[in-house]
Design a protein around this ligand. Structure first.
Ligand SMILES: C[S@@+](CC[C@H](N)C(=O)[O-])C[C@H]1O[C@@H](n2cnc3c(N)ncnc32)[C@H](O)[C@@H]1O
Length: 176
């Protein structure tokens, strides 16, 4: 399932419905970790990779990592290929992908980040917090149904994997 939300309270409630105890969660845009703490408690037997490129995040996330031992933090730009590559080397599977680059953040960039990361990680579920995408969903109309069961777009799943990452198919069954 791909869930799209805007309100931060709705986002945090939705995390509770989605995340299971053993899940591996990739959180894009963790800021100072307010939702990371919630995710960490929801997945006590799992792992959380939290990423943010803001200098504001560093000290607070470093403190959080020492308290919440199932959390790892990376200060990195999630739009960069090298960031995705680094995470793919680290984890073999991802159960839940969360994309929150800011509720009002450019929907085009948010969608691109979702598409590339979800196509590569093939998560069971994805949650995206973005107002523009929510507006698009409710303002658009269609009679044709093309639908995916999981947290990535099955209709174009291969297209989203950057060419340099296709070599990972050799050792990760998750990228197909
Ligand atoms: C609204 S905050 C996230 C709030 C957080 N998810 C929570 O629930 O508390 C959005 C974050 O996305 C981060 N961000 C935006 N663009 C980014 C990028 N290209 N790479 C990494 N982080 C990014 C910002 O630095 C900011 O901390």
């Amino acid at each position: 399932m791909i869930k799209v939300v805007y309100d931060i309270k709705v986002y945090r409630e939705a995390l509770k419905d989605i995340i299971k105890s053993e899940d591996i969660v990739v959180e894009l845009g963790c800021h100072v970790g307010n939702s990371t703490k919630i995710i960490s408690k929801l997945a006590p037997k799992g792992k959380i990779i939290a990423i943010d490129n803001s200098p504001e995040s560093v000290k607070k996330m470093e403190a959080l990592v020492s308290e919440y031992t199932n959390v790892e933090f990376r200060k990195a730009d999630v739009r960069l290929h090298e960031t995705l590559e680094d995470i793919l080397k680290k984890i073999k599977t991802c159960d839940v992908l969360s994309v929150d680059l800011g509720g009002g953040y450019h929907p085009d960039t948010t969608f691109k980040v979702f598409f590339i990361w979800a196509s590569s990680l093939k998560p069971r579920e994805t949650i995206i917090r973005n107002r523009g995408l929510l507006d698009f969903i409710h303002s658009s109309k269609t009679e044709e149904i093309i639908k995916s069961k999981y947290g990535w777009l099955e209709s174009s799943g291969k297209d989203g994997v950057p060419p340099g990452l296709k070599e990972f198919t050799l050792w990760s069954s998750k990228i197909k």
